[in-house]
Design a protein around this ligand. Structure first.
Ligand code: NDP
Ligand code: HEM
Length: 478
């Protein structure tokens, strides 16, 4: 026997097939509150999509620590070899809307929420180690070039290349985007990167700077543009099918978690700014250190509740992990929680997928959808300080002080900054086939772009490597 259908108020429903009407031909009576409630609920089934990274795919998993890094961090999830922490991972494309096709050339989001014993740690990264801009003042401009043109409502290659050709710091990320890795076959066949430099501090209060890497254990697999066009012709949901279907079949994708570590003293000596999001730390100078293995092994039961309503924020740190001076990171620390309050509401962190799995005690109070108990153990303790035994701060988790210096000013981030060496190092890694595909992908993406913009971009490619500019020129002619 199936369970008895009820209203949202719990009353049994007598008829879910026929509206309440005056006579068999109608009209409908206003007092058919079940009909009205169904229609009203339907009108409220959509929430704003994410302003970026709207199309996504996610699953739950586990991080298992295989190597001891407690000398760098006191974060509880890294406290012992063998330790396991439950986590959620949402992959996404950046520019496409919620209904966009999965197999489109774009950067992929790689957003992780670790439900640790000392709160949720969110590492909201991408499948690339760098980004298009290094100053957050340029992020909204950049995103405007990726979204639709205000008049045509079409994507605008002119806007993209206009912005990129005027922003040489984008060269590194543009090269990755237009290379093979710009179009992975499915989420399990790509790496994830924390991208920013983060801080870590250990039990003795000593800080180091770190980069986070998640290396695919399935191997890298990519589509060419032509292959992707075929895939999209058959399915717009190839990532969801691959990820959800794979996990359903018991094929659990895995990534090797690694970090790079830089001391505060080393950070003062690198030839590049180690807090610049358009730069990587060369592996030869800062070798990767194994940390653990991430495995996705559980599909969400309800996509909307657990993936669409998931709220990741770079502001979610735990003791032992913190921010760095990266300007982009500071902007993100503001931006995401602000976006969540707009997209999901004031108490978005009380939703089951976002709520910590450890005990939590805060003093936030009322507002829309206040459906949870703060559970301070005492209804009188709703402010702090109080003499009712309410929760109190714990100075033992304080981050060590960071020495900063300098005049407050708007410093020109393009002055004296080498935007070419690292894209060159990447270009030098590409074999002949990879280079040809890079040239072809760029030429294809430049269709319809005015010549003066193309020329300005070609001059930038020339500065990375003469063969880079020449290759794109040849592909444009071909
Ligand atoms: P290494 O040769 O030590 O490292 C090369 C890195 O590049 C590896 O992490 C590798 O990732 C990745 N890589 C290899 N082929 C490609 C490709 N076709 N597209 C994108 N990434 C690729 O050199 P360096 O550390 O000196 O870095 C050289 C360049 O490699 C950098 O300028 C940067 O563009 C790129 N890179 C560097 C990373 C870093 O953290 N140092 C991270 C990712 C890219 P994998 O191990 O998965 O094959
Ligand atoms: C999503 C802002 C840079 C990765 C978002 C969202 C905003 C945003 C507002 C939507 C959040 C939501 O509605 O849930 C910014 C700003 C940036 C920036 C202001 C720079 C100043 C970056 C960088 C990365 C990144 C550098 C990766 C290294 C992501 C990911 C998501 C996202 C993965 C989707 C998260 C999810 O799956 O829910 N960003 N972003 N962003 N951003 Fe950024």
């Amino acid at each position: 026997m199936p369970p008895r259908q009820t209203t949202t108020a719990g009353a049994p429903v007598a008829d879910n097939q026929n509206s309440l009407t005056a006579g068999p031909r109608g009209p409908v009576l206003l007092q058919d509150w079940q009909l009205i409630e169904k229609l009203a609920h339907q009108n409220r089934e959509r929430i704003p999509e994410r302003v970026v990274h709207a199309k996504g795919w996610g699953a739950y998993g586990t991080l298992t620590i295989t190597h001891d890094i407690s000398r760098y961090t006191r974060a509880s999830l890294f406290s012992a070899v063998g330790k396991q922490t439950e986590m959620l991972l949402r992959f996404s494309t950046v520019a496409g809307e919620q209904g966009a096709a999965d197999a489109e050339r774009d950067v992929r989001g790689f957003a992780m929420k670790f439900y640790t014993e000392e709160g949720n740690w969110d590492l909201v990264g991408n499948n690339t180690p760098v980004f298009f801009v290094r100053d957050p003042l340029k992020f909204p401009d950049f995103i405007h070039t990726q979204k639709r043109h205000p008049q045509t409502n079409l994507r605008s290659p002119t806007a993209m290349w206009d912005f990129w050709s005027l922003s040489p710091e984008s060269l590194h990320q543009v090269t990755i985007l237009m290379s093979d890795r710009g179009l992975p076959v499915a989420p399990m066949f790509m790496n994830g990167y924390g991208s920013h430099t983060y801080g870590m501090w250990n039990a003795a209060g000593e800080r180091v700077w770190v980069k986070f890497h998640f290396k695919t254990m399935q191997g890298h697999r990519h589509y060419t543009n032509a292959e992707a066009a075929q895939v999209i012709g058959q399915s717009r949901e190839s990532y969801q099918e691959a990820l959800f279907g794979g996990i359903q079949r018991g094929e659990f994708p895995r990534w090797k978690m690694q970090i790079q570590v830089m001391t505060e003293e080393q950070a003062e000596q690198t030839p590049f700014n180690p807090f610049d999001l358009t730069k990587v730390w060369p592996h030869a100078d800062f070798p990767v250190i194994d940390v653990g293995v991430l495995e996705l092994n559980r599909n969400p039961r309800n996509y909307f509740a657990e993936i669409e309503q998931a709220a990741f924020s770079p502001s979610n740190f735990v003791p032992g992990i913190g921010a760095s001076p990266d300007k982009m990171l500071q902007a993100r620390i503001f931006s995401y929680a602000d976006a969540h309050r707009y997209r999901l509401g004031t108490h978005y962190e009380a939703l089951p997928v976002n709520a910590p799995k450890c005990p939590f005690h805060h003093y936030h109070k009322d507002g829309a959808m206040r459906f949870f108990q703060n559970d301070t153990g005492n209804p009188d303790a709703y402010y702090e300080p109080n003499s009712m035994g309410g929760p109190v701060q714990d100075p033992s988790v304080a981050e060590p002080p960071l020495r900063i210096q300098g005049d407050a000013d708007r410093f020109n981030h393009r002055e004296g900054n080498d935007d070419f060496s690292q894209p060159r190092a990447l270009f030098n890694l590409f074999d002949a086939g990879e280079r040809q595909r890079l040239f072809g992908n760029i030429a294809a993406a430049m269709g319809g772009v005015p010549q003066h913009i193309v020329d300005r971009q070609l001059a930038l490619f020339d500065q990375v490597h003469p063969e880079y500019g020449a290759g794109v020129r040849a592909a444009l002619k071909g």
